[in-house]
Design a protein around this ligand. Structure first.
Ligand code: THU
Length: 137
C-alpha cells in the first residue's frame, strides 16, 4: 500500500483555514480546498467570486491550478470544506479527472468533520479523460 504522509484530518484542517480566504460576497457560500500532491506538497484554494457571476472560480480549481502551474501533476487527495459538506461541482470533478481518477476526495463540513470520502472516479463515472483523445491507429 502507498504511504501517504499527510493525515486526512490535517489536510481537512488546512482546507478549513483556506476557506477563511474565500471571496464569496454574492453566494455567501465560502469553500476551502487543500490539495496534497504526490511530491508531498500542499496547495490551498478558496472560491473567488465576481460581480460578473460566471467568472467565479471554485476553491478546488484554484488549488489545482496553483499546483499544476507550479509543475505538479499527481495528486494524492483533496479536502473540500463547506458549511454543509457540499459535493464538488461538475467542472471541478472534470478538472480533477484530468489528473487521475484515483485521487481521494475528502468532503468535510466547516467543523472539519469528514462526511464523505471517495475517489474522483467514483465522483465522475465514465469520465472523459486524456485517454479518450488518443486516436487508435
Ligand atoms: N463552489 C466551489 O468553490 N466549489 C464547488 O465545488 C461548488 C461551488 C463555489 C462557487 C461559488 O462561489 C459558491 O461555491 C456557490 O456556488
Amino acid at each position: 500500500m502507498k504511504m501517504i504522509k499527510m493525515q486526512k484530518t490535517e489536510l481537512i484542517q488546512k482546507a478549513v483555514k483556506a476557506r477563511k480566504n474565500a471571496y464569496a460576497p454574492y453566494s455567501n457560500y465560502p469553500v476551502g480546498a487543500a490539495l496534497y500532491t504526490a511530491t508531498g506538497k500542499t496547495y490551498l484554494g478558496a472560491n473567488v467570486e465576481n460581480a460578473a457571476y460566471p467568472v467565479t472560480m471554485c476553491a478546488e480549481r484554484v488549488a489545482i491550478f496553483k499546483a499544476v502551474s507550479e509543475g505538479e501533476r499527481e495528486f494524492e487527495m483533496i479536502a473540500v470544506v463547506t458549511e454543509n459538506a457540499g459535493s464538488p461541482c461538475g467542472s471541478c470533478r472534470q478538472v480533477l479527472a484530468e489528473f487521475g481518477l484515483d485521487t481521494l476526495v475528502l468532503i468535510a463540513d466547516e467543523q472539519g468533520n469528514l462526511v464523505e470520502e471517495l475517489s474522483v472516479g467514483e465522483l465522475l463515472p465514465k469520465a472523459f479523460t486524456p485517454k479518450d483523445l488518443i486516436q487508435p491507429k
